[in-house]
Design a binder for this molecule. Structure first.
Ligand code: C2E
Ligand code: MG
Ligand code: MG
Ligand code: MG
Length: 290
């Protein structure tokens, strides 16, 4: 009967949650030693300056977990879990320091200056000593000013806008670039833009996912870009997968694209090899193959 079906569906659902909870608690238990064992890997996705011949201007560092039991785990699977405890703070600090180590050795090897962006969780930024820690690590590795960028997801604004702006001002005094990630994905209110002291806005991936009406999508996007431009804020379009979007963004005066249309995130060694090989990226016509 229908009732029985409902009953079994409920049991199935319940079982699913239990399985996920078990898996979550084992991931959590494994996390501390995973940092020590260097199981978290730095992937890097190139950022491309579309106003200057598609030059590689930098990369965003994205974490992957090489778990001995489960293989390569994407961040979507464990970041939300880590954000429930201070594991996320440890992971973010680890990723940031590893990024500095990479950048230092790359620059020492004669690499041209690139901009390296690291993500910071909304849990970490409001911890006391946050700015001091990041500034001290930057100094420890002798990274020049304006080469490291910190990305903060837009929902940080829902926590404490005033405090966030103060912290950004301090970070910029320490020579960091600061950007607002996932801009337009939900929490930001447009009026916040007038006081937001950030260097860059990253237009969320959702702007470039299938719209019912591409004409309307483009009107919205180009006006955001215009507004940012007049406020002296760099615009970065994230998640671009289509060639005609690149052309549109070039004409709309968007500064940078980070998307599969140019390159997917890759292990840091591969990114370094790419930089050694070329300064510019071409449109990737095989993007559907990913
Ligand atoms: P995010 O910071 O917004 O990073 C961009 C995400 O979009 C990345 O997913 C990237 O692989 C994906 N992406 C870029 N271009 C395209 C495209 O053209 N098509 C599609 N479909 N996707 C594209 P990823 O690597 O899975 O990371 C997901 C999120 O996990 C990140 O979103 C960020 O919020 C978080 N994350 C990653 N690494 C860290 C970290 O070290 N610390 C913290 N706190 N969060 C991190
Ligand atoms: Mg990001
Ligand atoms: Mg984003
Ligand atoms: Mg995102």
């Amino acid at each position: 009967t229908a009732k029985e079906k409902n009953g079994s569906a409920f049991v199935y659902y319940d079982d699913d949650i239990r399985k996920k909870t078990l898996e979550d608690s084992s991931l959590e238990a494994e996390a501390e030693s995973a940092i020590r064992n260097r199981e978290f890997r730095l992937y890097m996705q190139p950022k491309v300056d579309i106003q200057n011949g598609n030059r590689i201007c930098g990369a965003e560092v994205l974490v992957r977990w090489q778990n001995p039991r489960l293989g390569l785990i994407p961040p979507g699977r464990f970041i939300p879990l880590f954000e429930k405890s201070d594991l996320i703070i440890k992971l973010d600090r680890y990723m940031f320091e590893q990024a500095c180590i990479w950048l230092k050795s790359y620059l020492n090897g004669g690499g041209r200056p690139v901009n390296i962006a690291v993500n910071v969780s909304k849990v970490g930024i409001f911890q006391p000593g946050f700015v001091e820690y990041y500034a001290a690590v930057k100094k420890k590795y002798g990274i020049p000013d304006h080469m490291l960028e910190l990305e903060f997801t837009e929902n940080i604004l829902a926590v404490d806008t005033e405090l966030f702006c103060d912290l950004v001002i301090k970070l910029r005094k320490e020579g960091f670039l600061c950007s607002l990630d996932d801009f337009g994905s939900g929490y930001s209110s447009l009026n916040l833009l007038k006081d937001l002291p950030v260097d860059a806005l990253k237009l969320d991936i959702m702007f470039f996912r299938k719209s019912r009406d591409v004409r309307r999508e483009r009107i919205v996007v180009s006006n955001f870009i215009n507004m940012a431009k007049q406020l002296n804020i760099t615009t970065i379009a994230e998640g671009v997968e289509e060639e005609d979007t690149v052309e549109f963004l070039q004409n709309a005066d968007c500064d940078v694209i980070q998307g599969y249309i140019f390159a997917k995130p890759m292990p840091k060694e591969e990114f370094e090899a790419m930089l050694g090989r070329t300064d510019h990226l071409a449109i990737n016509h095989n993007e559907q193959g990913y």
